[in-house]
Design a protein around this ligand. Sequence first.
Ligand code: HEC
Length: 176
Amino acid sequence: MKDQGSKIKAKEANFDLETLILELNQMNRWISLFVILCIAWACADAPPTASAREAEVKPKVKKVTGMERSELALLMREMHDRLQLVSDSLEQGLEVHPGFLEEFKAIHTATATQPSKIDDVYRGMADHFLTNYQRFESSQEDQKATFNSAIDACLSCHQQKCTGPMKIIRRLKVAG
Ligand code: HEC
């Protein structure tokens, strides 16, 4: 009796195994279909939306040598580059007529890397610089001297707020 019972059980087990294999085969087919669909979907590269394309053209944060720069840092670089050209011209004995004052006034509004640096000392120094720079732009005589005073005003603020670039700012000064 005991033997017969286990035989039946073995048969049942056999039958279960067969249906399991059948089911697995069917499942395999479904899985294959699913995988194929996934690959097809992934390959059909959707065209970028208008806003994505715009973001590619106009990145919000400019990157210079891989580092993000604040508005103020970018403006400072711009001021440096513009005044480098002015300095070169003055060095060659040329008279210059730059018109950067309005643009440079943005030192009062551009956001800094460390906003805590924009305090009353900063604002006073910014006005001091703009006054000196305006004096340079409105003077036709002795442009070298008034230019150098403006650069000194850059340096006064930097002495207090950001000593790193002082060496390159000092190089803007015109000899003589
Ligand atoms: C009122 C203060 C002040 C004046 C005036 C000023 N600077 Fe700056 N400058 C700063 C501060 C603060 C920073 C740091 C900006 C930041 O990281 O957001 C800076 C940063 C810079 C940098 C480094 C930018 C970078 O990429 O990190 C340069 C170069 C620079 N200034 C040049 C100048 C020159 C040239 C002048 C004059 C024409 C000038 N600065 C006038 C306060 C001043």
